[in-house]
Design a protein around this ligand. Structure first.
Ligand code: NAD
Length: 275
Protein backbone atom coordinates (compact mmCIF):
# COMPACT_ATOMS: atom_id res chain seq x y z
CA UNK A 1 0.00 0.00 0.00
CA UNK A 2 1.32 3.41 -0.90
CA UNK A 3 1.46 5.65 2.15
CA UNK A 4 0.22 9.23 1.98
CA UNK A 5 2.92 11.60 0.83
CA UNK A 6 3.24 15.32 0.79
CA UNK A 7 4.19 17.05 -2.42
CA UNK A 8 5.15 20.61 -3.29
CA UNK A 9 4.24 22.38 -6.48
CA UNK A 10 7.22 23.86 -8.29
CA UNK A 11 7.06 27.14 -10.20
CA UNK A 12 6.78 25.15 -13.46
CA UNK A 13 3.64 23.41 -12.07
CA UNK A 14 5.26 19.97 -11.66
CA UNK A 15 4.96 18.42 -8.20
CA UNK A 16 7.84 17.02 -6.16
CA UNK A 17 7.39 14.61 -3.22
CA UNK A 18 8.69 16.27 -0.05
CA UNK A 19 10.65 13.20 1.06
CA UNK A 20 13.04 11.42 -1.27
CA UNK A 21 15.83 8.87 -0.96
CA UNK A 22 19.40 10.22 -1.20
CA UNK A 23 22.05 7.80 -2.49
CA UNK A 24 25.36 9.67 -2.19
CA UNK A 25 28.21 7.32 -1.24
CA UNK A 26 26.23 4.20 -2.13
CA UNK A 27 27.69 1.68 -4.61
CA UNK A 28 25.63 0.63 -7.62
CA UNK A 29 24.66 -2.53 -5.81
CA UNK A 30 23.68 -0.74 -2.58
CA UNK A 31 21.82 2.01 -4.46
CA UNK A 32 19.86 -0.62 -6.40
CA UNK A 33 18.82 -2.40 -3.21
CA UNK A 34 18.03 0.86 -1.38
CA UNK A 35 15.87 2.15 -4.24
CA UNK A 36 14.03 -1.16 -4.29
CA UNK A 37 13.25 -1.00 -0.55
CA UNK A 38 12.33 2.69 -0.76
CA UNK A 39 9.82 2.18 -3.58
CA UNK A 40 8.29 -0.75 -1.74
CA UNK A 41 7.93 1.48 1.34
CA UNK A 42 6.12 4.13 -0.65
CA UNK A 43 8.90 6.58 -1.59
CA UNK A 44 8.34 8.10 -5.03
CA UNK A 45 11.44 10.29 -5.22
CA UNK A 46 15.14 9.40 -5.64
CA UNK A 47 18.11 11.81 -5.71
CA UNK A 48 21.28 10.75 -7.51
CA UNK A 49 24.04 12.52 -9.50
CA UNK A 50 26.51 11.59 -12.21
CA UNK A 51 29.39 12.04 -9.72
CA UNK A 52 27.86 9.48 -7.32
CA UNK A 53 28.70 6.74 -9.83
CA UNK A 54 25.51 4.84 -9.08
CA UNK A 55 23.04 5.92 -11.76
CA UNK A 56 23.08 2.38 -13.23
CA UNK A 57 22.15 0.92 -9.84
CA UNK A 58 19.40 3.49 -9.32
CA UNK A 59 17.93 2.69 -12.74
CA UNK A 60 18.08 -1.05 -12.00
CA UNK A 61 16.32 -0.55 -8.66
CA UNK A 62 13.53 1.38 -10.40
CA UNK A 63 13.10 -1.37 -12.99
CA UNK A 64 13.26 -4.16 -10.36
CA UNK A 65 10.14 -2.81 -8.67
CA UNK A 66 8.45 -1.75 -11.87
CA UNK A 67 6.68 1.29 -10.43
CA UNK A 68 5.33 3.16 -13.48
CA UNK A 69 7.95 5.68 -14.59
CA UNK A 70 5.55 8.61 -14.35
CA UNK A 71 4.96 7.86 -10.65
CA UNK A 72 8.61 8.25 -9.64
CA UNK A 73 10.34 11.60 -9.30
CA UNK A 74 13.94 11.06 -10.40
CA UNK A 75 16.70 13.64 -10.01
CA UNK A 76 20.24 13.70 -11.35
CA UNK A 77 22.94 16.37 -11.54
CA UNK A 78 25.53 17.72 -13.94
CA UNK A 79 29.05 17.64 -12.50
CA UNK A 80 31.55 20.52 -12.42
CA UNK A 81 33.55 19.18 -15.39
CA UNK A 82 30.60 19.71 -17.76
CA UNK A 83 29.71 23.39 -17.50
CA UNK A 84 29.83 24.22 -21.22
CA UNK A 85 26.63 24.03 -23.31
CA UNK A 86 27.78 20.98 -25.28
CA UNK A 87 29.44 19.24 -22.33
CA UNK A 88 26.37 19.68 -20.12
CA UNK A 89 24.13 18.36 -22.92
CA UNK A 90 26.41 15.34 -23.39
CA UNK A 91 26.53 14.76 -19.61
CA UNK A 92 22.73 14.58 -19.48
CA UNK A 93 22.65 12.12 -22.39
CA UNK A 94 25.20 9.94 -20.56
CA UNK A 95 23.12 10.06 -17.35
CA UNK A 96 19.92 9.10 -19.21
CA UNK A 97 21.78 6.19 -20.77
CA UNK A 98 23.10 4.96 -17.42
CA UNK A 99 19.70 5.34 -15.77
CA UNK A 100 18.01 3.82 -18.84
CA UNK A 101 15.24 6.41 -18.82
CA UNK A 102 14.02 8.85 -21.48
CA UNK A 103 13.84 11.80 -19.13
CA UNK A 104 14.59 12.85 -15.57
CA UNK A 105 12.06 14.72 -13.46
CA UNK A 106 14.66 17.13 -12.19
CA UNK A 107 18.07 18.03 -13.59
CA UNK A 108 20.39 20.14 -11.45
CA UNK A 109 23.72 21.90 -11.93
CA UNK A 110 25.55 20.30 -9.00
CA UNK A 111 27.75 23.29 -7.99
CA UNK A 112 28.15 26.80 -9.42
CA UNK A 113 31.98 26.42 -9.50
CA UNK A 114 32.24 30.21 -9.89
CA UNK A 115 35.98 30.12 -10.64
CA UNK A 116 35.12 28.49 -13.98
CA UNK A 117 32.57 31.23 -14.65
CA UNK A 118 30.58 28.96 -16.92
CA UNK A 119 27.47 27.99 -15.00
CA UNK A 120 25.28 30.23 -17.17
CA UNK A 121 26.29 28.19 -20.23
CA UNK A 122 25.43 25.00 -18.35
CA UNK A 123 22.09 26.59 -17.44
CA UNK A 124 21.36 27.30 -21.12
CA UNK A 125 21.88 23.58 -21.76
CA UNK A 126 19.38 22.73 -19.00
CA UNK A 127 16.83 25.15 -20.48
CA UNK A 128 17.23 23.38 -23.82
CA UNK A 129 16.98 19.94 -22.15
CA UNK A 130 13.69 20.98 -20.59
CA UNK A 131 12.41 22.25 -23.93
CA UNK A 132 13.38 18.91 -25.51
CA UNK A 133 11.49 16.98 -22.80
CA UNK A 134 14.60 15.32 -21.36
CA UNK A 135 14.23 17.07 -18.00
CA UNK A 136 10.74 17.89 -16.76
CA UNK A 137 12.04 20.43 -14.24
CA UNK A 138 15.41 22.16 -14.06
CA UNK A 139 17.21 23.62 -11.10
CA UNK A 140 20.52 24.11 -9.38
CA UNK A 141 22.38 23.04 -6.28
CA UNK A 142 24.65 24.99 -3.96
CA UNK A 143 23.90 28.32 -5.65
CA UNK A 144 23.94 31.47 -3.52
CA UNK A 145 21.84 34.57 -4.12
CA UNK A 146 24.32 36.14 -6.57
CA UNK A 147 24.57 32.98 -8.65
CA UNK A 148 20.77 32.69 -8.80
CA UNK A 149 20.36 36.34 -9.76
CA UNK A 150 22.89 35.98 -12.55
CA UNK A 151 21.00 33.03 -14.08
CA UNK A 152 17.81 35.06 -14.02
CA UNK A 153 19.45 38.20 -15.40
CA UNK A 154 21.31 36.41 -18.19
CA UNK A 155 18.65 33.93 -19.35
CA UNK A 156 15.31 35.15 -17.96
CA UNK A 157 14.71 31.66 -16.56
CA UNK A 158 14.75 31.04 -12.82
CA UNK A 159 15.59 27.58 -11.47
CA UNK A 160 12.56 25.70 -10.10
CA UNK A 161 14.59 24.53 -7.11
CA UNK A 162 17.92 24.99 -5.31
CA UNK A 163 19.32 21.99 -3.42
CA UNK A 164 21.46 23.27 -0.55
CA UNK A 165 23.07 22.05 2.64
CA UNK A 166 20.32 22.42 5.24
CA UNK A 167 19.84 20.72 8.63
CA UNK A 168 19.18 21.84 12.22
CA UNK A 169 22.76 23.14 12.58
CA UNK A 170 22.65 25.08 9.30
CA UNK A 171 19.15 26.39 8.70
CA UNK A 172 19.87 28.83 5.85
CA UNK A 173 17.20 31.37 6.83
CA UNK A 174 18.55 34.08 4.53
CA UNK A 175 18.82 31.93 1.42
CA UNK A 176 15.39 30.44 2.11
CA UNK A 177 13.95 33.93 2.11
CA UNK A 178 15.68 34.70 -1.18
CA UNK A 179 14.21 31.52 -2.65
CA UNK A 180 10.75 32.56 -1.55
CA UNK A 181 11.10 35.92 -3.29
CA UNK A 182 12.34 34.20 -6.46
CA UNK A 183 9.68 31.40 -6.33
CA UNK A 184 12.44 28.78 -6.03
CA UNK A 185 11.74 25.64 -3.94
CA UNK A 186 14.32 24.75 -1.28
CA UNK A 187 15.64 21.21 -1.10
CA UNK A 188 17.72 20.12 1.90
CA UNK A 189 20.84 18.05 1.33
CA UNK A 190 22.38 16.26 4.32
CA UNK A 191 18.99 16.82 6.02
CA UNK A 192 20.11 14.80 9.06
CA UNK A 193 23.41 16.67 9.21
CA UNK A 194 25.08 13.49 7.92
CA UNK A 195 23.88 11.82 11.08
CA UNK A 196 25.42 14.39 13.46
CA UNK A 197 22.03 15.86 14.40
CA UNK A 198 20.68 12.47 15.47
CA UNK A 199 22.37 12.52 18.87
CA UNK A 200 21.56 16.12 19.75
CA UNK A 201 19.87 16.22 23.20
CA UNK A 202 17.21 18.74 22.11
CA UNK A 203 16.24 16.52 19.18
CA UNK A 204 16.26 13.43 21.40
CA UNK A 205 13.95 15.14 23.93
CA UNK A 206 11.46 16.04 21.21
CA UNK A 207 11.69 12.48 19.86
CA UNK A 208 10.86 11.03 23.28
CA UNK A 209 7.93 13.40 23.65
CA UNK A 210 6.37 12.22 20.39
CA UNK A 211 7.49 8.60 20.75
CA UNK A 212 9.42 8.95 17.49
CA UNK A 213 13.08 8.61 16.48
CA UNK A 214 15.49 11.52 16.14
CA UNK A 215 15.60 11.02 12.36
CA UNK A 216 11.81 11.20 12.13
CA UNK A 217 11.71 14.42 14.16
CA UNK A 218 14.30 16.07 11.93
CA UNK A 219 12.65 14.96 8.69
CA UNK A 220 9.30 16.16 10.02
CA UNK A 221 10.94 19.52 10.82
CA UNK A 222 12.00 19.88 7.16
CA UNK A 223 8.44 19.10 6.03
CA UNK A 224 6.90 21.65 8.36
CA UNK A 225 9.28 24.33 7.09
CA UNK A 226 8.06 23.58 3.56
CA UNK A 227 11.38 22.03 2.54
CA UNK A 228 12.08 18.94 0.46
CA UNK A 229 14.34 16.45 2.27
CA UNK A 230 16.38 13.60 0.79
CA UNK A 231 17.75 11.60 3.74
CA UNK A 232 20.25 8.91 2.76
CA UNK A 233 20.28 5.37 4.04
CA UNK A 234 20.93 1.95 2.56
CA UNK A 235 19.63 0.15 5.66
CA UNK A 236 16.08 -1.11 5.05
CA UNK A 237 14.82 -0.38 8.58
CA UNK A 238 16.14 3.20 8.41
CA UNK A 239 14.75 3.76 4.91
CA UNK A 240 11.36 2.71 6.29
CA UNK A 241 11.75 4.80 9.45
CA UNK A 242 12.65 7.93 7.48
CA UNK A 243 9.44 7.70 5.47
CA UNK A 244 7.14 7.20 8.44
CA UNK A 245 6.77 10.92 9.07
CA UNK A 246 3.33 11.67 7.71
CA UNK A 247 1.24 10.84 10.76
CA UNK A 248 2.55 13.18 13.46
CA UNK A 249 3.26 16.89 13.87
CA UNK A 250 5.73 19.00 15.77
CA UNK A 251 4.29 21.75 17.95
CA UNK A 252 5.34 25.38 18.25
CA UNK A 253 7.61 24.64 21.25
CA UNK A 254 9.46 21.94 19.27
CA UNK A 255 9.97 24.30 16.33
CA UNK A 256 11.31 27.05 18.59
CA UNK A 257 13.72 24.60 20.27
CA UNK A 258 15.03 23.33 16.92
CA UNK A 259 15.36 26.89 15.57
CA UNK A 260 17.78 27.58 18.42
CA UNK A 261 20.15 24.82 17.24
CA UNK A 262 21.23 26.82 14.20
CA UNK A 263 24.96 27.51 14.37
CA UNK A 264 25.58 28.13 10.67
CA UNK A 265 28.31 25.49 10.59
CA UNK A 266 28.79 23.81 7.22
CA UNK A 267 29.55 20.11 6.86
CA UNK A 268 30.20 20.39 3.14
CA UNK A 269 32.33 22.69 0.96
CA UNK A 270 31.72 26.41 0.57
CA UNK A 271 29.87 26.95 -2.75
CA UNK A 272 31.61 30.27 -3.38
CA UNK A 273 35.02 28.56 -3.64
CA UNK A 274 34.36 24.89 -4.45
CA UNK A 275 35.28 24.00 -8.02
P1 NAD B 1 22.11 12.71 5.64
O1 NAD B 1 21.92 13.94 6.42
O2 NAD B 1 21.00 12.16 4.84
O3 NAD B 1 22.64 11.62 6.65
C1 NAD B 1 22.99 10.35 6.22
C2 NAD B 1 23.64 9.60 7.38
O4 NAD B 1 22.68 9.41 8.42
C3 NAD B 1 24.13 8.23 6.96
O5 NAD B 1 25.31 7.96 7.66
C4 NAD B 1 23.03 7.30 7.42
O6 NAD B 1 23.51 6.03 7.74
C5 NAD B 1 22.50 8.02 8.65
N1 NAD B 1 21.06 7.74 8.82
C6 NAD B 1 20.08 7.93 7.89
N2 NAD B 1 18.88 7.62 8.40
C7 NAD B 1 19.10 7.22 9.68
C8 NAD B 1 18.25 6.77 10.72
N3 NAD B 1 16.93 6.68 10.54
N4 NAD B 1 18.82 6.42 11.91
C9 NAD B 1 20.14 6.54 12.09
N5 NAD B 1 21.00 6.97 11.15
C10 NAD B 1 20.48 7.30 9.95
O7 NAD B 1 23.43 12.95 4.74
P2 NAD B 1 23.84 12.88 3.21
O8 NAD B 1 23.90 11.51 2.67
O9 NAD B 1 25.08 13.69 3.13
O10 NAD B 1 22.72 13.70 2.44
C11 NAD B 1 21.55 13.11 1.91
C12 NAD B 1 21.52 13.21 0.41
O11 NAD B 1 21.65 14.56 -0.02
C13 NAD B 1 22.68 12.51 -0.29
O12 NAD B 1 22.55 11.11 -0.32
C14 NAD B 1 22.60 13.14 -1.65
O13 NAD B 1 21.55 12.55 -2.40
C15 NAD B 1 22.29 14.59 -1.30
N6 NAD B 1 23.49 15.46 -1.21
C16 NAD B 1 23.65 16.44 -2.15
C17 NAD B 1 24.75 17.28 -2.11
C18 NAD B 1 24.88 18.35 -3.14
O14 NAD B 1 25.96 18.97 -3.24
N7 NAD B 1 23.88 18.63 -3.89
C19 NAD B 1 25.73 17.12 -1.11
C20 NAD B 1 25.53 16.13 -0.15
C21 NAD B 1 24.41 15.32 -0.22
Amino acid sequence: MVKPQLTIQLSDAHRIPQVGLGVWQASNEDARAAVRVALQEGYRHVDTASIYGNEEGVGEGLRDVGTPREQVFLTTKIWNDAHGFDTATAALEASLKRLKVDYVDLLLIHWPAPSQNNYVEAWRALIEAQRAGKARSIGVSNFNQDHLQRLIDDTGVAPALNQIELHPFMQQAELRQTHQKMAIATQSWSPLGQGTALTNPVILDIARKHDRTAAQVIIRWHLELGLIAIPKSITPSRIRENYNVFDFELDATDLIAIAALDSGGRLGPDPSTFA
